[in-house]
Structures are given as structure tokens and as C-alpha cells.
Design a protein around this ligand. Sequence first.
Ligand SMILES: Nc1ncnc2c1ncn2[C@@H]1O[C@H](COP(=O)(O)OP(=O)(O)O)[C@@H](O)[C@H]1O
Ligand SMILES: Cc1ncc(C[n+]2csc(CCOP(=O)(O)OP(=O)(O)O)c2C)c(N)n1
Ligand SMILES: [Mg+2]
Length: 387
Amino acid sequence: MDEFASITHWTGRRQSAEWQRARGVLLGIGDDAAAVDITGASDGILGAKHMVLAVDTMVENVHFSSETMRDEDVGYKALAANVSDIAAMGGVPLHALVSVAVPKSYGPERMRRLYDGLYECAERYGVAVIGGDTTSSPDRLVISVTLTGTVEAGREVRRSGAKPGEGVFLTGAVGLSAAGLHLLLAEAGGGGAAGSAKQRLQAGDVEAGHVMPHAEAGYLELIQGQEQDGERETGQSRAALVAAHQRPSPSVRAGRLLLEHGCSSLNDVSDGVASEAWEIAEASGLRLVLRESSLPLNDALKEYGVDASLNPQEWMLYGGEDYVLLGTIAKDKLEEVRDVFREEGLPFFEIGETLEGPVGVELVRESAQSGDERNIPVAKRGYNHFG
Ligand SMILES: Nc1ncnc2c1ncn2[C@@H]1O[C@H](COP(=O)(O)OP(=O)(O)O)[C@@H](O)[C@H]1O
Ligand SMILES: Cc1ncc(C[n+]2csc(CCOP(=O)(O)OP(=O)(O)O)c2C)c(N)n1
Ligand SMILES: [Mg+2]
């Protein structure tokens, strides 16, 4: 199959012209460039709007491998990671351009499966696929997605908008994706150690009083002693962790609600809560204090951590690829937001607060015995491609 036939094989007859027109698409795949009219898009935005744009790339053996992701998952997640960036601006995702560099080992059927997953995500979030680029690759698959979205003019939610004295929240569970990756690599054999290498602390972190590594006492023992909430089917936890890794659910609806209710900053959790919290703290010039007992410890994560004798807090703070939103909002707005999220059946976890500088991120740990509290500095680290 030549290049053009391949593109048609992957993308042809996936989205009707009518469906795309509702997203403002005037001209889709097939010409030198696509043409769109964002003012004509039915995106639910009334009045003046601005465009928000994001791009994210996934590289085989960096972001995924044949052991961790099926081809469908790669396509799904490549788009989902971008959808999450648009959600983190409070925006509505609209148009995607997809660039792929394809090795010989990926025949037409594998690429078609990749696009099955990509279009599944596109349908779920209402994204029109309007173009892309195709090249060969000597060795590994690379997929890069560029996504547009819209947001009420001048209302995009930035990282820099947090103010001292606000609440800090998460729109979903964290740590599951990293635990899912650990599990998949461990099951693949031999990869478990390699997979957790990134999750180990550098020696210096412990002396510096940073959050303890998996082997250290405290959190793991604490949660080991806790009751599990009810019986869990074997495999249920595994499925939850694997799904979180392979099929993230970006918080678009949550982002829209948060914008509407005047949240002051948002960041999506791609590199880990610690890293994203540091980005908000630095951009906004304040201290961000998280409460250890308020971090949402998911049952499946807890169970896997206990089984693997690894501290799930490591995954929660430093794992990444959760694609939920971390943000801040004035405390007097918390109650209405809490209610709205409950009504819509969306998770909303209040995990800390912002204080006046110096810039940094801390974790308040309460002693189980004495009830004493101490603040532990949270290391500024997360997934780093050049680390
Ligand atoms: N991987 C892809 N996924 C989706 N659309 C693609 C992809 N590659 C190319 N396209 C689209 O197919 C059409 C033809 O692409 P191409 O032959 O690369 O055009 P050109 O030679 O003008 O760059 C364009 O509309 C382009 O946006
Ligand atoms: C096989 C494999 N090894 C390691 C990882 C872990 N990993 C790769 S990239 C990444 C962070 C997110 O990627 P990035 O490109 O930094 O996303 P961005 O911040 O640009 O959205 C993580 C945790 C993985 N997903 N798969
Ligand atoms: Mg990026």
C-alpha cells in the first residue's frame, strides 16, 4: 500500500462531513491544509472565544512498548494526552492533526488498529481529525498529535493564577497509571526492576528529608494496617491499574466546570503531582502545601502497593501520566464546586492549600501515634526525559 492509500485506509470514512462541520471544519483530510471556522463550531461556548493549541508526541520505547500498550491504546493515548492539555486550560477540544513516523514492522493493519483507538478517543471527546503527516521511520514508531480547542475569550486557566490562601484540588485518582506501568513491566518479566528504576529516590533525597522511598517505614505500614473496603474480585485491581495506564480519561468536563466557577489555576498531571504542583507554585510565586492524609489513595493502588511491597505514595506524587487536573480555587468557592461535582458524579479531592511564599511544595504528615504534624519538603522531580 502506498502512502496515500495508507492514509485513506487509516482515516477514510471515520467521521462524516456533517459531524466534522458541527466542529467548524470547512475542509478536512485531502488537501494541502485543513480549513476551519472556530466561530461556527458547536462547542458550547457563547460569545467571543479564543483558540488554545497543544501538541504532544509519543515515542516507542519511551512512552510505550509492545509490552505495555496495544496499538489501539497508543492511538487512544496519543490523542488523550492532548485532550488533557486542552482540559487544563478550561477549554473544549476540537481539531486534531496527526503526524506519524512508521517503521516497516507496522504493516497496514497495525496502523489501522492504532487509528481505531485514536478515533475512539476522538469520538468520545468530540474531536475532528482534520489532517496530519506520514513518514517512514527506520526503527521505532513516533506519533505526534496537535490539537486545537476553544475557550471563552480571555478566560483560559493558567498555571500562574493561584493566590495564597486558596484550596488545592485534584479531579481524579493519581498514581494508578504508574502502578499499571510497573505491573505491566513486571508481568513482561525482568522489566519490573527497570520499570521502577525511575521511581527510586536518589540517595540524597532521603537525607534531605524528602518523601521516603518505597522501602522506608511509615506510609506503607500505615496503609497495611487499614481495612480494605470490601471484597475485591481477583483481577479487578489489575484491570483498574492497567486501564488507567492504557486509557486515561482526561478531565474535560471538570475543566469546564472549574473555569465556570472561577478556579484560579490548573495543570494536568502528566509528569506527576509533585512536578505539576511545583509548576503552579513557581508560576504563581507561592507555597503549595499538600496534606498526606487527603491524597486520594485508590483501593487498587493500595492493594498493588501492599502486594508488591512498594510505597504507593511514590507513584501518587512522582509517577505521572494520570491526566487528571491539579488546580487551585478560592476557599469560599469550594463548597459550590464540591456540590456541582457531586451532582455530576465527578470526583473532586481537596488535597491542600496555598500559602504566601517562599516558593515550594510541602507535604503535611501527621504522626499516627502522637498526632503531631510535620511538613516535609516535596522533591521537585517527576518524569524527566533528560533526567
Ligand atoms: N497520518 C495522517 N493522519 C491523518 N491525516 C493525514 C496523515 N498524513 C497525511 N494526512 C492528511 O492527508 C492529506 C495528504 O497528506 P500529504 O500527502 O502529506 O499532503 P502534502 O503532500 O500536501 O503534505 C493531507 O490532508 C494531510 O493532512
Ligand atoms: C515503556 C514505558 N516506559 C516508561 C514510561 C513512563 N513515562 C514515559 S513518558 C512519561 C511522562 C509523560 O510524558 P511527557 O512526554 O513528558 O508528557 P507531557 O508532560 O509532555 O504531557 C512517563 C511517566 C512509559 N509510559 N512507558
Ligand atoms: Mg509535552
